[in-house]
Design a protein around this ligand. Structure first.
Ligand SMILES: Nc1ncnc2c1ncn2[C@@H]1O[C@H](COP(=O)(O)OP(=O)(O)OP(=O)(O)O)[C@@H](O)[C@H]1O
Length: 308
């Protein structure tokens, strides 16, 4: 069995729990097949990261799920409806963070969010009052100090925070984020991660994001989907992926002032033996499993290699 074959099925999400359900999704641009059978599902409150090389079809997939692009074939269901024909009430339950918001440059941040939020009022429910009160929203995305600033005067990072605020102003049930933290400094990135956790904890929002930042995927996502060659070639938590793909773990330690490195498929017996033999002489002991980056590179590389 191929490496990717073993991972392809991914974890099963029971049909009744599927907030996003994609089966055999295909997309062809002209004569070019970009998606050749994408299948995956997401539960309520789950964060999924869609990874893949440039041009793999991540944005295409997300845009089909948002209803912005018409697929060639396959079944897609988001919040109980087919995005290709779903109406306003369905759209109001989605949050979309697009690449930077450039319209309304002369508007002030608070003014724009208040204005956009009004649209969601009619979709407010007792369980989920909509929209987010503007002051709370400004606070949660870290834009309180910039509330009265005109949009064309925002820095790149502030603009991206505004994009996120626009995406969540309606308190969405499903949030799509296409490369959400491009241009963020490390602090803004961390705050953004906290925000996503808060959205999933407090509102049970399901999040599908694309990113090229594997560290971000590992920190944020419950599940990672790797898209390559038009299909999902891996679907699982970062740990599951690295366990299944990982060849060997690396064990490092120091003894008598000397540094040692050893690789083992199963590090536990090795470490037990090491400590039995050398006891307290062993210091700075470290066991390192493959990073997500190692795993990802190997998955894509093996898949691409297998196709040639
Ligand atoms: N409207 C279009 N017409 C024709 N080809 C398109 C169109 N949109 C995208 N493509 C092609 O489809 C492929 C997938 O593009 P897509 O933007 O979905 O990939 P991606 O995985 O999001 O890439 P990146 O990581 O670079 O953002 C690319 O080869 C792209 O050139």
């Amino acid at each position: 069995m191929t490496l990717t074959g073993a991972l392809e099925a991914g974890p099963q999400v029971p049909p009744a729990e599927r907030v996003i359900d994609v089966r055999d999704l295909r997309m062809r641009y002209g004569t070019k097949d970009v998606l050749t059978g994408v299948s995956f599902a997401a539960r309520r409150g789950e964060v999924l990261a869609l990874l893949g090389p440039n041009g793999a079809g991540k944005t295409t997939t997300i845009e089909i799920l948002e209803g912005f692009r018409v697929r060639s074939s396959g079944e897609v269901n988001v919040l109980g409806a087919d995005p290709a024909g779903a109406g306003e009430a369905w759209r109001a339950r989605l949050g979309v963070v697009l690449q930077s918001w450039r319209d309304h440059g002369k508007w002030r941040v608070r003014e724009l969010l208040g204005h956009l939020g009004m649209y969601y009022r009619r979709y407010s429910t007792e369980a989920k009052p909509r929209p987010w009160p503007v002051d709370d929203l400004l606070d949660v995305v870290g834009l309180t100090a910039a509330a009265e600033v005109r949009i064309h005067r925002l820095s790149g990072g502030q603009r991206r925070r505004l994009d996120v605020a626009i995406g969540i102003v309606g308190r969405p049930d499903v949030l799509f984020l296409d490369e959400p933290t491009v241009g963020f400094d490390p602090e803004a990135r961390r705050e953004f991660h906290d925000l996503v956790h808060r959205l999933t904890d407090v509102d049970d929002t399901t999040v599908l994001l694309t990113t090229h930042d594997l560290d971000e995927a590992e920190k944020l996502a419950d599940r990672i989907l790797v898209l390559s060659g038009g299909r999902i070639i891996a679907d699982g938590s970062a740990d599951e992926l690295s366990r299944r793909v990982a060849g060997e773990s690396e064990i490092r330690w120091t003894r008598d002032g000397q540094r040692f490195v050893h690789s083992a498929a199963n590090p536990t017996p090795f470490v037990r033996e090491l400590l039995l033999q050398h006891g307290d002489d062993v210091t700075e002991l470290e066991v390192r499993r493959n990073s997500l980056e190692d795993t990802y590179m190997r998955l894509v590389h093996d898949f691409e290699g297998g196709r040639k």
